[in-house]
Design a protein around this ligand. Sequence first.
Ligand code: FES
Length: 168
Amino acid sequence: MTKPHDRRDFLMKLGIGAGVAGLAAQAGASLRSLVPNVSYDAPTTVKLGTPAEFPDGLKFLPDQRLFVFREGNTFHAISAACTHLGCTVRAEALPRPETRTVGGQTLRLTHRFLCPCHGSKYGGDGANVAGPAPRPLAWYELSISADDGQLVVDLAREVDRDFRLTLA
Ligand code: FES
């Protein structure tokens, strides 16, 4: 037969156990609430518009800080973010366009780039040629969106300077 004293002990232990389990569950829920379910990182691929919206030559896209170049059916994109401290470089048209071999491919250079912050200068292919900029301007991968045919840039995917997107 159970003594009343044993029963009280048992019920007290049961109560403490339930309390501890409840606290553990609540702590787990609180910690989980600190971890977001969604990523707030900006997407790295951005639709830029249909190829028809890009005239031959250069188009600057301020939101992406990107220069998109078109020569006929061939496109490439160069970052406008200075590699020194990240100011936005501006494009200056060359008095006479030049054709050069860049990364083993022919490239028609129509502009050069100047940084207004500390005077870095870049060639038309993005190569750093003067000032404190330590590296060339980045080139980014371009592609065509399968669903609506828009030009897409992937700002997380740098490519070599021989990259070209040629449309059929
Ligand atoms: S940020 Fe461009 S030269 Fe310093």
